[in-house]
Design a protein around this ligand. Structure first.
Ligand code: PAF
Length: 283
């Protein structure tokens, strides 16, 4: 695996590979890698000649400075995992390399109301930060395919919107969430959970499955209320949202309608640690 710290050298390397006709797949990350990330690398390796990953904890997407500071850093292990997975190139930029004019001068993207729903409502500015870093990384790496995890469902929609807006020639490939045996979605934030919290955290996927199974027979508002109360009674300290929503717009939905795809999304805290997960429903 070749490691780059400078954007210009990486772009030069990629340009040479592209001239030789190689296709480029890209899986951006913030490190603290787990098998969910590795599945993005594997998907890329299955469909692209060269797989690039990046590790960059992006300050502009954190609403809470404390969360940014406490974001887990496991660089040595990350490099081992990526090497073992056969990743070809790793980009490890500094903040100045990603934001040469400073973070406060970063561009604003008009991505519409998706910016302000669900995650956007509870983490104001978060999706602007995601757009800023993804736009910059895409312009440096210039991949044909971008691999993103479905656990961050709204982020995938936001990045699709960004790519439409900026006309970048890249396909976005959404990769299914990997789970622990308990159902807990793999996440870098799980590293901050103790054993009991880890057991409790599986409550989110339990409630997603509960809603999925009962959606044909129980009122949507009752399902959301049940899930919220269940989580608060089983180790969660705060629930930001339990939402049955339109899979394309993330508008809340109250009933099943033919042809409309639905997704159920949950965000909740165990102590200081905020976890999110979702499940898409069949039509
Ligand atoms: O999902 C993440 O890890 C981040 O939001 C991303 C896409 C790498 C941008 O910083």
């Amino acid at each position: 695996m070749i490691l780059f710290k400078e954007a210009a050298s990486l772009t030069e390397h990629i340009n040479k590979l592209k001239q030789k006709g190689y296709s480029i797949g890209f899986a951006p990350t913030m490190g603290a890698l787990h098998y969910g990330h590795i599945s993005l690398i594997e998907k890329s390796k299955n469909t692209c000649d060269i797989t690039v990953s990046s590790i960059f904890i992006n300050p502009t997407q954190f609403t809470d400075a404390g969360d940014f500071e406490k974001y887990p850093v496991t660089l040595g292990d990350d490099i081992l995992l990526l090497t073992k997975a056969g990743c070809d190139v790793l980009f490890l930029p500094s903040i100045a390399e990603v934001y040469p004019n400073g973070t406060s001068a970063a561009q604003h993207f008009e991505i519409g109301e998706i910016e302000f729903l669900l995650e956007g409502k509870f983490r104001p500015g978060h999706f602007q930060g995601v757009c800023q870093v993804v736009d910059r990384l895409l312009n440096i790496v210039k991949p044909g395919k971008l691999f993103m995890g479905q656990k961050d469902y709204q982020q995938c929609l936001v990045v699709k919107r960004l790519v439409q807006l900026t006309d970048l020639p890249v396909d976005i490939i959404t990769v299914e969430t990997l789970r622990e045996a308990s159902g807990l979605a793999m996440s870098s934030r799980n590293l901050r959970l103790n054993e009991q919290q880890k057991k409790d955290a599986a409550g989110i996927s339990k409630m997603l499955q509960y809603i999925k199974q009962n959606i044909p027979t129980i009122l949507f508002s009752e399902l959301e209320k049940y899930a919220r109360n269940y989580l608060l009674g089983s180790g969660f300290t705060k629930v930001d949202y339990v939402s049955i929503a339109d899979a394309a717009t993330l508008h809340p939905v109250r009933s099943i309608k033919e042809g409309r795809k639905l997704v159920v999304l949950i965000a909740a805290f165990i102590g200081e640690i905020r976890l999110i997960d979702n499940v898409a429903l069949a039509d």
